[in-house]
Design a protein around this ligand. Structure first.
Ligand code: TPP
Length: 829
């Protein structure tokens, strides 16, 4: 068909040539990064692509942009505008950089490491040498961030280069850092504290253009990448606190090792948060300090794909690979990456490939495992020398001056006698404290009948015209009766009342977990859904004018990542009640490192507090080995020096008071709650409304109805109710049943008083559903012996077992019957 506007032959030619140019450029945009020159030592060789073996001007031009010392992966990004954005920046002349400033960073980084090496030979410091371009890179990121309104960088990283970052990014003094090497004041940390390359720090950074950014380097454990979700959670809390503009003001930066980034699953869990409403921070900047080796392991053994950073490709975000010895390119990439984060609000990844000058730590000899690599490294000059020569800058004086400066710092450190604290806590922590428990910390947690009725009205109503699901309607009708004293209150309503009363009093609530909005057991229904158009109505956000926020999210299917995030959130929102909920408590052990390294030990190692609540559904209901036990034993084993609280509220009112106590007290300690499953709606665990109005949480729920008891059974959770039912069926008047609702800190006086209410009892019996090698048995028995006086202390439990329970519902029933029968009548040991 003839065209109505026939083109001239020259414009047609031009179009053909444009198309050809585009075709060739597109090949390089797709695959150029594989042929980029990324390794300063030239050992990680380009991977030739047959499509790119093209001659001609266009190919030469495209190769110049895409196969130099930067390789960019961006063609997997699904938004064409974002691809175009990157393309425009790569296919343009590079901007200028401040070479004097860059050189000074490179010199400072290297000289600092050398001074440490001279003075503390044989001490681990995890040198940055070989990747010192990290400092000018962060400098550039901070400059761009400050220009876009950032006031705070929240930074998570592990060991590599951390001391250098403490000095040059967090701006701590050389004296403070050297004091850690001198190990001044060891008495102050007997049995606690942490090693120097894990400690957090705060500081103030003045950027190249004179902007000011506060630096917050997060304390981290050895467990690589565990700090990732914590850093993101902390950032999110700071952003939420700031309200509008929070995402511009608080920028998260994660620095990863190449082996850890590729290998650790928690990295993937954390990156998956990037665009989720409950977890996003408007984009994290990720930097891989890639030295192509992890301890003694070569990169070829670290990840199946070519790059450690390949994990990030599942997301629609750019990955910039850059040769760490083209420092100007590193800096420019930092600029582009930062601009991208602020323009599109997503994560960005900078994979900076350098090398590791020494062994994994400085006490490790790498020539044993990588002889050829280390031969090459030995012959390779330090980066500042290469850079100074290329830039034509004379550096000798600067080196001498910096050396003298750091040596003086090292000498002065000798006169420091008190261990320096390298951080200032934000003002919002002023009112809160940790340390040992004191009874005067307690607060009234009852709520008046009138207020409960008011809250109930708000909790159980919804806008007119809202099409509620019939099942939810019924639930709300029942709750309306509960909150006004016409029906006993169940756990679900107890929790709703606790939350409502707290947000009304100005205490924010944040909760996340798998299916937490509805509740795994259909018990929560915190978000009402219109069944005709799926609009949402959240009663807890409509309690009272001026109330605090209430954010309840369904989490990703993650434990370590989400628990780490919520722990981080709690660290920067002490006024809020922050809760993480397990689907079943059994799955919490996927987050064991977060529990061990942060929740349990954070205060002891770093003096950092958290009021995080872990809700862990627990109880033996015949659902099998992975739906029965939240591993009470593990938490009790970690308990020391009042590091956290471990509770199992035996009824709805106890749960209500426990949650309110946690929020209202200013003693900020994590709270582990073993929550019910079958007891959620069980009449025996429901509570009359009057129990919500006066009393507090009782660490021990005594048995006031069995004064002549010959034996006292002590237990926690569901088994206590089952024992009470069976006792009633048997018309047994010789058994008292006491609930230990707070296992830790151990309420010795209260428990002793509850036992002493039964003067004729000759036996004190610990009863648990769990096998003998699990549950609270090991913990309670010596404590019971301590308070039981003349009485015999016995126990009833399942036989020791490698797994928590049987997989057969029938076997479970038989076991449970035997257990209960033994507790009430049989022989115990
Ligand atoms: C979860 C975890 N597993 C193992 C280790 C032991 N470890 C410490 S550093 C290291 C190698 C890390 O390599 P990489 O991530 O590349 O960082 P680099 O030290 O090379 O900077 C290993 C295996 C650890 N600290 N944490």
């Amino acid at each position: 068909m003839a065209s109505r506007n026939p083109k001239s032959s020259s414009s047609a030619l031009l179009e053909t040539s444009n198309l050809e140019r585009e075709r060739i450029f597109d090949l390089f945009r797709h695959w150029g990064y594989l042929e980029a020159d990324l390794d300063p030592l030239g050992l990680f060789r380009p991977q030739p692509q047959s499509e790119l073996q093209i001659d001609g001007e266009y190919a030469r031009e495209a190769r110049h942009f895409y196969c130099g010392t930067v390789g960019v992966e961006f063609m997997h990004i699904t938004d064409p505008e974002r691809r175009r954005w990157i393309q425009e920046r790569f296919e343009a002349e590079p901007g200028s950089v401040d070479q004097e400033r860059i050189l000074e960073f490179l010199i400072r980084a290297d000289v600092f490491e050398q001074v440490m090496q001279q003075r503390y030979l044989g001490t681990k410091r995890f040198s940055l040498e070989g990747n010192t371009a990290l400092l000018p890179l962060i400098d550039e990121i901070l400059d761009g961030a400050a220009q876009r309104g950032a006031i705070n960088l929240v930074m998570g990283m592990s060991h590599r280069g951390r001391l250098n970052v403490l000095l040059h990014v967090a701006r701590r003094t050389p004296e403070e850092i050297f004091a850690a090497f001198e190990d001044v004041d060891p008495r102050s940390v007997l049995g606690s504290g942490d090693v120097k390359y894990h400690l957090g720090a705060t500081g103030e950074y003045i950027t190249r253009s004179g902007g000011k950014v506060n630096i917050h380097l997060v304390s981290n454990p050895s467990h690589l990448e565990a700090v990732d979700p914590v850093t993101i959670g902390r950032t999110r809390a700071k952003q939420d606190r700031a309200g509008d503009g929070g995402r511009e003001k608080y920028l998260p930066l994660l620095v990863h090792g190449d082996a850890a980034f590729a290998g650790q699953g928690i990295t993937a869990e954390t990156m998956n948060f990037a665009d989720l409403p409950g977890y996003t921070t408007g984009g994290t900047v990720h930097i891989l300090v890639n030295n192509l080796v992890g301890f003694t392991t070569n990169y070829r053994e670290e990840h199946s794909e070519r790059f450690s950073a390949d994990l990030a490709r599942r997301q629609s975000i750019p990955i910039f690979h850059v040769n760490a010895e083209d420092v100007d390119a590193v800096v420019r990439i930092g600029r582009i990456a930062l601009e991208y984060r602020y323009t599109f609000g997503t994560d960005v990844v900078i994979d900076m490939i350098g090398y590791r000058r020494h062994g994994h730590s400085e006490v490790d000899d790498p020539t044993v495992t990588q002889p050829l690599l280390y031969k090459a490294i030995k012959a390779h000059p330090p980066l500042w020398e290469i850079y100074a020569e290329d830039a034509g800058i004379e550096a000798g004086d600067k080196v001498a001056q910096v050396k003298a400066e750091y040596e003086a710092g090292q000498k002065n450190a000798g006169s420091i006698t008190k261990k320096p604290t390298m951080r200032d806590l934000p003002g919002y922590w002023t009112e809160y404290f940790g340390g040992r428990y004191k009874p005067e910390y307690e607060k009234e947690t009852g709520v008046s009948t009138e207020e409960l009725a008011e809250l109930t009205q708000k909790l159980t109503t919804y806008p007119s015209g809202f099409h509620i699901h019939p099942k939810v309607k019924k639930l709300l009708e029942q709750r309306a009766e509960m909150g006004t004293g016409r029906r006993d209150v169940d756990y679900g309503m107890a929790e709703a009342l606790a939350f409502a009363s707290l947000v009304k009093a100005g205490i924010p609530i944040r909760m996340s977990g798998q299916d937490s909005r509805r509740g795994t057991f259909n018990q929560r229904h915190s978000v009402l859904l219109d069944i005709e158009d799926e609009t949402e109505y959240v009663p807890l956000r409509n309690i009272a004018p001026g109330q605090a926020r209430c954010d309840i999210y369904n989490s990703t299917l993650s434990e370590a990542g989400v628990m780490g995030f919520e722990y981080g959130y709690s660290r920067d929102y002490p006024e809020a009640l922050v809760l993480w909920e397990a689907q079943f408590g059994d799955f919490a052990n996927v987050a064991q490192a977060v529990i061990d390294q942060f929740v349990s030990a954070g205060e002891d190692k770093w003096g950092l507090l958290s009021g995080l609540v872990l809700l862990l559904p627990h109880g033996y209901e015949g659902q099998g080995p992975e739906h029965s036990s939240a591993r009470i034993e593990r938490f009790l084993q970690l308990a020391a020096r009042d590091n956290f609280q471990i509770c199992q509220p035996s009824n709805a009112a106890q749960y209500f008071h426990l949650l309110r106590r946690q929020a209202l007290r200013h003693w900020r300690k994590p709270l582990v709650v073993f929550t019910p499953k079958s007891m959620l709606r069980h009449p025996d665990a429901n509570s009359p409304l009057e129990d919500f109005t006066h009393q507090r949480f009782l660490p021990v729920v005594p048995d006031t109805g069995a004064e002549d008891a010959k034996r006292v059974l002590i237990c926690t959770g569901k088994i206590g109710h089952e024992l009470r039912v069976e006792r009633q069926r048997r018309k047994d008047t010789s058994t008292a049943i006491i609930f230990l609702d707070q296992m830790y800190p151990f309420p010795e006086a209260e428990l002793k008083a509850a036992i002493d209410q039964h003067p004729n009892a000759r036996e004190v019996v610990w009863v648990q559903e769990e096998p003998a090698n699990m549950g609270a048995l090991f913990y309670t028995m010596p404590r019971l012996r301590h308070i039981a006086g003349e009485r015999a202390v016995l126990s009833v439990k399942r036989s020791a077992s490698p797994s928590p329970s049987t997989g057969s519902a029938g076997a479970h029933e038989m076991e449970q019957k035997t257990l209960i029968s033994l507790a009430l009548t049989g022989n115990k040991d």
